[in-house]
Design a protein around this ligand. Sequence first.
Ligand code: ZN
Ligand code: CA
Length: 468
Amino acid sequence: MELFWLWLPVLGSAIIAGSATSRPVEQDQRMSPEDEQLAEGYLKRFYNMKPSRGNASVSRRRRSLPALEEKIREMQQFFGLKETGRLDPETLKMMKTARCGVPDVENYSFYPNRPKWRKNTITYAIAKYMSGMSRADQDRSFLLAVKMWSDATPLKFTKVDRGPADIVLTFARRTHGDFYPFDGPGGVLAHAFQPGQGMGGDVHFDEDETWTNGRQGYNLLAVAAHELGHSLGLSHSRDPSAIMFPNYRSRSSTQYSLSRDDVLGIQSLYGKPTSGAGANPRPNNCDSVSLDAALMMGSDLVFFKNGQMWMTTTRPPFTTRSGAANLPNVGVQVDTAYDIPASGAVYILTGQRYLVLQGLRLNIGTIYELGLPSNVRQVDAAMHVGEYGKTFFFVGDFYYRYDERRRRMDPGFPRLIRADWTGIPRRVDAAFKLEGSIFLISGAKSYQYDVRQNRLLNVLSANPWSGC
Ligand code: ZN
Ligand code: CA
């Protein structure tokens, strides 16, 4: 049996079997020649590793070892892996993940000086569709992908069917007219070019992949959204929740909306959406202003209305945009949402079910696990008050108080809402805590209470919170 040591550079036929005595090996790790070859190809392609010069394999080895180790460290740093400088299993696993073909290091071939489009209306065209999905589904995927970026910027996208377009989207396999041939199924899924003339801004999808609009194969919308980020001038992000993370994230719920990192990136190039007719997204139906649910994320308020999610700043000037950083678009009617800043958990309640997001983990359970009695069918509103470690649930005319530390409902609850919260005329639709105040939203009004004394401070319109 032949042994191949991890960190020997693989240069074509220069694989040296069982002779890795020139460097100490910390750990016995066996690697197939295929893996070594893959690693070298990966680092050349995405980390700008130069092929070493010289013919003698010995001199080549001496020269390229530190270079290889350095490149492995660079790659490990990018992905937040332990920086061992070796091809450990985690590193190899990361290298084998399907991904974008654009390199992770800058000053390579793609983005020397952060180019951007010098106009706000950008045209795109689909040069070639692929056969695995209907044209309508492909059109819809691209439309939703451009919308993610136009919602966050002053940019507008127009699809053109003929004539030149700024961004040309196409499917191709293997060698296809640029210097970056595709590699068959898996590996590289797509690549895109920086803004510019000619091929600038264009996106190529590997036709050998299974593209879908669901969870099977590779989701065309998710990959298109990523590649369009490149078309607009963004490079790769280290943030695994970002659309601009280089790897395909098959289990991720965050690949269908921009993360905070993506929004900051694209706004640093193009600015925020311009206010004015239609540019600032607003919930439809502003005459019935109420909200279904609301929660705070940092200093921004995320609110839900008719199955849609919006985010609004809590300080003037109030600006609103659809979607929210780091939250999946749940796509269903949300009854209640609250966050527990101490544990970084976000709860979203819909009917008898809850969904909790903590970091990148997502769990599902029933509201009865939160201590609510079995006669409760849904929760109207909820909020967490960190000062007391309590979560309040509003259900019909009553409210419950849950102790997060003891993990049980406080005795004496439920209590009548109007007994303790003066002024509330009817049920509570949404609740959240902002700095020293608790806001209960009921219909078109929001009721502000002092967090320590439960005292009604103010009755305001719910408008500022609802983007209307
Ligand atoms: Zn990419
Ligand atoms: Ca491929």
